[in-house]
Design a protein around this ligand. Sequence first.
Ligand code: ZN
Length: 79
Amino acid sequence: MLNIDLRKIYRFSPLVPAPAPDKLPTGAMYYYECMECQSVVSSVPHTPSKCACGNLSGAGGKLDVKDASRLKVMTGKLK
Ligand SMILES: [Zn+2]
């Protein structure tokens, strides 16, 4: 799988206050950083996306989260 390092393209800022794990916001501006492997994945991945440890994976605009307490929600802006 092709994994692009989104940090090279976007400037990420953590959402403050951090949203509850059962109320994660989704949308084009939201990205999730996996706290296990530090990968960044879009909350609405249009191409197949997966973090290195498999906690976050998705495609077709839908992200599957295995453990929502082990991620950080961030907003991303193009650099
Ligand atoms: Zn991970």
